[in-house]
Design a protein around this ligand. Structure first.
Ligand code: GDP
Length: 465
C-alpha cells in the first residue's frame, strides 16, 4: 500500500514540478547594537518587508491593512504599521518586535512559498534556529541606512551569526535584500558598498556565489518588491534595471526531497485540535505521511493516528517531504507530546541518543572548548543540556582528515570530532531522537551553544546509546 502511495506522490510531485513548487523561506537579518536595543531604529525591516510584500501580492486586504495602521498608530508606533500582520501576539505588539516564528505563505508565478519570519534579536536566537531548520532558502534583510549596516555587521553583530547558523542548518541559497534605500537617497554607491562588504562574508559562511543574489529595495514604500515603478521608484530606476524581489523568489530552486526515506516530523508547535484531539505543526523532513496512518512519538512509547493533514490552510490526503504541515492527531496521550518530539513510522523509528559522536565546526569563540565543557544542544525545535564529553580528534577543515587525536582543547575556527553526552536535569536524563547525517541529512544537524552564544555547528556521526 505504501508503494502505491509513493507512486501517487511521485506523480503528483512531477505534476507540481511543472506547476508551482513548494519552498520555505526563512527571513533573517535585523541589526543589533550590543549595548542597547532601541526599537524602531535598529531593525532591518523584515516584518515591514513581508507585510508590504503580502499586501502587494494581494494576500493582505485593504481592510486589514487599514486596521493594522489604526492599531499601530494608537499604540504610538505608526512606522510599524506594515509589520503588524506578521507580529502576532500582543506581547510582540507591545514590544514592537517579532518573537515567535510566524508562518505565512504566498505564491509567485512558479513557486508556493512558506515564510518563516525569524526574530532578529539576540535573546530569540533559539527561535531563529527553529525557523532556519525548517527552511530551504534564506532572505537576508539588511538595513542600508548610514551606520546601521555597520553596527549589525561588526563582530558580535547578528548578521554574521544568522548567516552562519542558517548555512549550518542546511540553507544553501540566499537572497540579500538591501533595504531602506530611501534613507540614503537610493544611492548606488551605498548599495554597492554594502554588497562588496557582504560578498566575501557570504562566501566565507559557505554560501556559493551562484546561489547568492543581491537586490536593492525600499520595503516601506513597496519599491522593487513586486514592481519597480512609480514616483517612489524614480531614483532607483536611474541606475537599476534588474529583477524585482518577486522575480528572484520565483527563481529559487527547491532542494531535492527524499520521499522514499522513512517519515520524520520534528514537532515545532502543539495546540489543541477539535474535540479531544491535539494538533501539531512541523516540517516533514523526509518520506510521506497520509491520513489514517499511525505514527510513533519519540521519545516515549506512545503512538498517534493522523486524523487530518493541513498544508497551506487546506486539508490534504497526504503530505510529502519538504512541506510544513499541521497534523490533527487522535488516539494519543498528549502528555507524551512535546515541542521537539519527532513523529515517525512505528516500524522505522528514529534512534534515541544519550551519547553520540559528531563532527563539528567551531565558530569564532573567545574561550576554547575543553573536554567536559557544559553546553546546550540544539536539534530542530529542541534544546537540551549536554556536555562535550570527549575530544576525539581535530580535523583538517578542507579534507576532514584527522590532524591530531585526543586534543586537549578545541580552538576557534577549527574542525573536530567530539563525543557529546546529554546532561541530566533533575532526576533523570531523557534521550532525544537523533539520526546520523549519513542516514538523514535533516535529522543529523546539530548546533552547540554556550551561555547564549552559538559556539559550533555540526553533524551527527554515530549514535552510541
Ligand atoms: P524587523 O524587526 O526586522 O522585522 O523590522 P521592522 O519591519 O519592524 O522595521 C523596523 C523599522 O524600520 C520600522 O520603524 C519600519 O517602519 C522601518 N522600515 C522598514 N522598512 C523601511 C524602509 O524601506 N524605509 C524606511 N525608511 N524605514 C523602514
Amino acid at each position: 500500500a505504501h508503494d502505491k502511495l509513493l507512486e501517487e506522490v511521485q506523480k503528483s510531485l512531477e505534476a507540481q514540478g511543472k506547476g508551482k513548487q513548494a519552498l520555505s523561506l526563512v527571513v533573517i537579518g535585523g541589526i543589533l547594537v550590543e549595548t542597547h536595543i532601541s526599537l524602531g531604529h535598529v531593525d532591518a525591516g523584515k516584518s515591514t518587508l513581508m507585510g508590504r510584500l503580502l499586501y502587494e501580492l494581494g494576500r493582505m486586504d485593504e481592510r486589514t491593512r487599514a486596521a493594522n495602521e489604526r492599531n499601530s498608530t494608537k499604540a504610538g508606533k505608526s512606522s510599524f504599521s506594515w509589520a503588524w500582520s506578521l507580529d502576532g501576539t500582543s506581547e510582540e505588539r507591545e514590544r514592537g518586535i517579532t518573537m515567535d516564528v510566524a508562518l505565512e505563505s504566498f505564491s509567485t508565478t512558479k513557486r508556493q512559498i512558506t515564510v518563516l519570519d525569524a526574530p532578529g534579536h539576540k535573546e530569540f536566537i533559539p527561535n531563529m534556529i527553529s525557523g532556519a531548520s525548517r527552511a530551504d532558502c534564506a532572505l537576508l534583510v539588511i538595513d542600508a541606512s548610514t551606520g546601521e549596516f555597520e553596527s549589525g555587521f561588526e563582530r558580535g553583530g547578528q548578521t554574521r551569526e544568522h548567516l552562519v547558523l542558517a548555512r549550518s542548518l542546511g540553507v544553501a541559497q540566499v537572497i540579500v535584500a538591501i533595504n531602506k534605500l530611501d534613507q540614503v537617497q537610493w544611492g548606488k554607491n551605498r548599495y554597492e558598498e554594502i554588497c562588496a562588504l557582504l560578498r566575501p562574508f557570504l562566501t566565507q559562511s559557505g554560501f556559493h556565489p551562484v546561489k547568492t543574489s543581491f537586490i536593492p529595495i525600499g520595503a516601506m514604500l513597496g519599491v522593487n518588491l513586486v514592481a519597480c515603478e512609480g514616483e517612489d521608484a524614480k531614483q532607483l530606476l536611474e541606475w537599476y534595471q534588474g529583477p524585482t524581489l518577486v522575480d528572484l523568489l520565483d527563481k529559487l530552486e527547491p532542494p531535492a526531497r527524499d520521499i522514499t526515506a522513512p517519515a520524520r516530523i520534528p514537532v515545532s508547535n502543539i495546540f489543541k485540535g477539535q474535540g479531544s484531539g491535539i494538533s501539531v505543526s512541523g516540517r516533514l523532513l523526509s518520506g510521506v505521511v497520509q491520513v489514517g496512518e499511525r505514527l510513533r512519538i519519540l521519545p516515549g512509547d506512545e503512538t498517534a493516528v493522523v486524523k487530518t493533514i493541513e498544508v497551506e490552510e487546506e486539508n490534504v490526503p497526504w503530505v510529502a517531504a519538504g512541506s510544513n504541515a499541521i497534523l490533527a492527531l487522535v488516539s494519543v496521550d498528549s502528555v507524551q507530546l512535546a515541542i521537539g518530539s519527532v513523529l515517525c513510522p512505528p516500524t522505522n523509528p528514529v534512534p534515541l541518543a544519550l551519547t553520540f559522536t559528531a563532527r563539528i565546526l567551531i565558530f569564532d569563540i573567545q574561550v576554547p572548548i575543553i573536554a567536559g565543557a557544559m553546553v546546550e544542544l540544539f536539534h530542530h525545535s529542541r534544546d537540551v543540556p549536554a556536555s562535550v564529553s570527549k575530544l576525539i580528534a581535530t580535523l583538517d577543515r578542507a579534507s576532514g582528515k584527522v590532524v591530531k587525536s585526543n586534543p586537549r582543547v578545541l580552538a576557534k575556527a577549527s574542525s573536530a570530532e567530539v563525543q557529546i553526552t546529554l546532561r541530566s536535569t533533575g532526576s533523570s536524563t531523557r534521550p532525544i531522537p537523533l539520526e546520523p547525517y549519513a542516514k538523514n541529512k535533516a535529522m543529523g544537524r546539530i548546533l552547540i551553544r554556550r551561555e547564549g552564544e552559538t559556539i559550533a555547528a555540526g553533524i551527527v556521526m554515530e549514535v552510541l546509546g
